[in-house]
Design a protein around this ligand. Sequence first.
Ligand code: PEP
Ligand code: MG
Length: 536
Amino acid sequence: MEIFKGKVSYKGVAIGKIAEMAKNEVVVRRSHVEDVEAEFARYMEAKTKAQEQLAKLGEHAAKEIGPAEAEVFEVHSMMLDDFDDQVEEIVKEQTLNAEFAVAETADNTKKMLQAMDDNPYMQARAADIGDIANRVLKILNGWDGEDNSFTEEVLLFANDLAPSETVTLDKSKVLAFVTREGSTNSHTAILARTMNIPALCQCPVPADAAGKMGIVDGFTGQVFIDPDEETLAKYIKQREAEQEKQKLLLELKGKETVTKSGRKIKLYANIGGIGDLNFVKENDAAGIGLFRSEFLYLSSNDFPSEDEQFQAYRTVAEMMAGKEVVVRTLDIGADKQIDYFNLDKEDNPALGYRAIRICLSQEDIFRTQLRALYRASAYGNIDIMFPMITSVWEVKRCKEICEEVKAELTAQSIPFKDCSLGIMIETPAAVLIADELAELVDFFSIGTNDLTQYTCAIDRQNQHLERFFDAHHPAVLKAIRMTIEAGHRHNTWVGICGELGADPELTTSFVEWGIDELSMSPSSILPVRKIIRDMD
Ligand code: PEP
Ligand code: MG
């Protein structure tokens, strides 16, 4: 087995026979011509044919892939028009042959584009110039436009792949692209993404691998040639899991999360920041059930200002376009330490100065965040959620501060909405007083990670305790059920945003117990939607 490593252009796993892209390389010779008019006419004829082929490729791409990819060929056709003046000059003034003139013009244009160091898009277009010129050169050599075709599914290896080459391939036959050169900005990467197949570039795979078995791992960037049985078995399993996910994606995107008898569940995503929003959209979350706002603080060297936070919350609210976005206020301490908070070292940090306890002790930090949140609320549908609640007074104090912040904003004529307020249920104390808490808030979200830690008295961070950490512990499940029932007694909706919310073994129970919302990492959404839609 041989292993090679490249850069990932697009994720996925593919297993199959390797094929090498056949290139019709053209050797360009420099020679003088006598009839310069006829030579230039020969170029114009070849160029017209090339443009006809590009138009056909565009039509093919529009049908097979999409209008955006089809546009590439229109752009290529226009780029070819820009060759005319230089070719004419070389042919007519230097009395040189059309092939040389085309190659020379392509070289000059490429150099010009490559010189744009700060523009990766233009640099990637330099590779396209080579492809366009090659097409004209091949036509000048008598080529009729037929490209590579494969009779079976292949992992396609190539030095580089031009869009015209990738699009003419029968895409049902290509399982992955691996190029020795190329960039993650290239059209091959764009096409791979659209075709949903893994692609690697800058991967030094050998040129004589055609016909051998291979594996392309578009997560780690590895290529295995002649894989051993163990590797093959591992990847067959991984590919099956990926294919299952893909199937779910296709089938369930855009569908409601509803049981057969019509019970609707809000299936939301957990995010750590704006960067995760793509996955939220990709996986069709109906909202955001947990925005862990502490990541804004963790990624900063100092307290993020009100404006910085406002921008982040506003962006999320706007990008979710009116869908519900639950932002949890700062939850640091314990496993999430931040230097600039200068927190004391504690003997029991998980039981210590963390989350709402910090916010209610250092109110200036809390007020800054709440002002940012209320300001952002004017741009979407933001809910505010408080973490690590153990007592009624904490919730009452949080609500008082919210009222003060709103009064301040009103006095300053700053617009805001009256956000729904909720709390995390992640301590046994909160479960046991859930009835009293429910009277104070609009929603509960059960944080099963901490709820398990505190209910079972097991440090969730300690790897030696993994065998004792049982999220399915009957006490945890009972606590969840009690919370749902207490919430519903007071018209308070109840969700789960801890990891257990995505546990497929428990989805049916949660729904049967009356859960209103499940929030999870985006990639779990569609599998859970499937379970719910399959329920009676
Ligand atoms: C939880 O405790 O379940 C939770 C969602 O919060 P975090 O994991 O951020 O502590
Ligand atoms: Mg927690």
